[in-house]
Design a protein around this ligand. Structure first.
Ligand code: SAM
Length: 165
C-alpha cells in the first residue's frame, strides 16, 4: 500500500502517539542515538535515550523529496528552529540545527512538500519562535497558512495545497 502520510522531519518521533503508525513514512537526514539529561521520564539516572531511526534517511534540502508529484495526503514538516545550540546540547541532539542557508532550505522543503501532496493535501508545519520569528519564516517560504496558532511561542500551522498563496 502507498502510505498517505510523509513525516519529512521525523527526528525521534516525539510527538507521534503511535511511533510506528503504519500509515506514515518517517524520514530524517540523521540516523543516530543520543543519551540526554532528562528527569521527567526515562531512567533512574536522570537520562533518556533519543533514537533517531528513520525509515528513509534522506536530505530534502540537498536532494528534494524522492517521491513523484501527488503521492501523499498529509506531509508533516517540523524543521529545526535553532541556528545556535551548544555543540553537545540536548536541544541540538533532539531537534538538529539550521545552517546559514535556512531560508533556502525551508523554502525548498516547503516547495517539495507541496509538490508531493495530492490536490488539497495538507502540510502540518510546526515552528518555535525562540530564535527566528514566524513572520521571517513565512516570508522565506512565501506561503500562507490557512489557519494555526498566532500567539503562542510554538506555532502549529496548517497549509493546504492550492490554498497557500
Ligand atoms: C524539530 S526535529 C523533529 C522532531 C520530531 N517532529 C519529533 O516529534 O520528535 C527536526 C528534525 O528534522 C531533521 N532535518 C533537518 N533538516 C533536514 C533535511 N534537510 N532533511 C531531512 N531531515 C532534516 C533533523 O535531523 C531533526 O531530526
Amino acid at each position: 500500500m502507498q502510505k498517505p502520510i510523509l513525516d519529512m522531519t521525523a527526528g525521534s518521533r516525539m510527538f507521534w502517539w503511535d511511533k510506528h503508525n503504519p500509515l506514515a513514512i518517517f524520514m530524517d537526514r540523521r540516523r543516530a542515538k543520543f543519551t540526554i539529561p532528562d528527569r521527567s521520564h526515562g531512567r533512574a539516572d536522570g537520562t533518556r535515550e533519543i533514537d533517531i531511526a528513520p525509515d528513509v534517511q534522506w536530505d530534502w534540502a540537498k536532494d528534494g523529496l524522492p517521491y513523484p508529484d501527488a503521492s501523499f495526503s498529509l506531509v508533516v514538516f517540523d524543521p529545526p528552529h535553532l541556528v545556535h545550540a551548544g555543540s553537545k546540547s540536548w536541544l541540538r541532539a533532539k531537534y538538529g540545527v539550521l545552517t546559514d542557508t535556512w531560508r533556502e532550505d525551508l523554502r525548498r522543503g516547503m516547495d517539495e512538500a507541496m509538490r508531493v501532496l495530492i490536490p488539497y493535501g495538507i502540510v502540518m508545519f510546526k515552528w518555535n519562535d525562540e530564535q527566528i520569528k514566524l513572520s521571517e519564516v513565512l516570508k522565506a517560504i512565501d506561503r500562507k497558512p490557512i489557519f494555526g496558532d498566532k500567539k503562542a511561542k510554538t506555532h502549529w500551522l496548517v497549509f493546504m495545497k492550492e490554498a497557500d498563496k
